[in-house]
Ligand binder design. Structure first.
Ligand code: AP5
Ligand code: MG
Length: 222
């Protein structure tokens, strides 16, 4: 099964994709996290992508598409993937379609996590990540048990520089101007489902699982 989560910055894609990948034994692939890892490892890809990410701009398709496709081709992805943050442009959606077709797979469900602008701003401004593994926290909605430390691996927590100021505003503008085209692409293919992402983390997770279970039972009957 191959699923993708589409939503604005701060919508909860990473939070929910991590849970879904555990529940469904699918690999979680997050394009933003792959860029972050490339920065940490100071790879050539990381150096190329950094200037775009820091400004809140999309990294060009020539860099992003091969990076994600390479991960889909790896043996760890053979049972299926939960994609988070990719595709964000029509060219990315088309490239993904071709790649999965080549592997005789397809996107089963594209789920739009719909969240209000006020809520997005609150979520981004209170968000923290752990340095070791990018586990996500929030000062108010998901505080760590020990201040400033990750519950899972104990590493220190940090804030993303693009979660504030002009870069954050740019990310929101790009999402509403450009990435929403990807919603139309999957709507036309009748693969799009919309989930109200304004609710608590557990409530959103239940609604996502309801959508996925509904899809699986329809497929089983077909
Ligand atoms: P990326 O890392 O993908 O950032 P994004 O799409 O802006 O999304 P976020 O990670 O900010 O939000 P999220 O939806 O994962 O929310 P989260 O679960 O953390 O991309 C970063 C950059 O990389 C881009 O700007 C671009 O430069 C580049 N890039 C990436 N992909 C690309 C692509 N395909 N093409 C080109 N460039 C690309 O939740 C947010 C916070 O809210 C957390 O603190 C969490 O604890 C909290 N929270 C989550 N759910 C809830 C809830 N239900 N209730 C209360 N709080 C909640
Ligand atoms: Mg994320």
């Amino acid at each position: 099964m191959d699923i993708l989560l589409i939503g604005a910055p701060g919508a909860g894609k990473g939070t929910q994709a991590e849970k879904l990948s555990q529940l469904l034994a699918l690999r979680h692939i997050a394009s933003g996290d792959l860029f972050h890892k490339a920065f940490e490892d100071q790879t050539e890809l990381g150096l190329k992508a950094r200037s775009y990410v820091d400004l809140g701009e999309l990294v060009p398709d020539e860099i992003t598409i091969p990076m994600v496709i390479r991960h889909i081709e790896e043996p760890e992805s053979v049972q299926g993937v939960v994609l988070d943050g990719f595709p964000r442009t029509l060219a990315q959606a088309q490239a993904l379609n071709e790649e999965l077709g080549r592997l005789t797979r397809q996107i089963d469900l594209a789920i739009h996590l719909k969240v209000s602008r006020e809520e997005l701003l609150q979520r981004l401004s209170g968000r923290y990540f752990c340095q070791a593994n990018q586990h996500v926290y929030h000062t108010k909605f998901r505080p760590p048990k020990v201040a400033d430390r990750c519950d899972v691996d104990g590493s220190k927590l940090y804030q993303r520089p693009d979660d504030a100021g002009e870069a954050m505003r740019r990310r929101l503008v790009i999402y509403f101007n450009q990435t929403t085209q990807v919603l139309d692409y999957y709507r036309e293919q009748r693969k799009l489902r919309v989930v109200d992402g304004n609710q608590s983390i557990d409530q959103v997770q239940n609604m996502l699982m309801n959508e996925i279970n509904d899809y699986m039972s329809r497929e089983a009957k077909a």
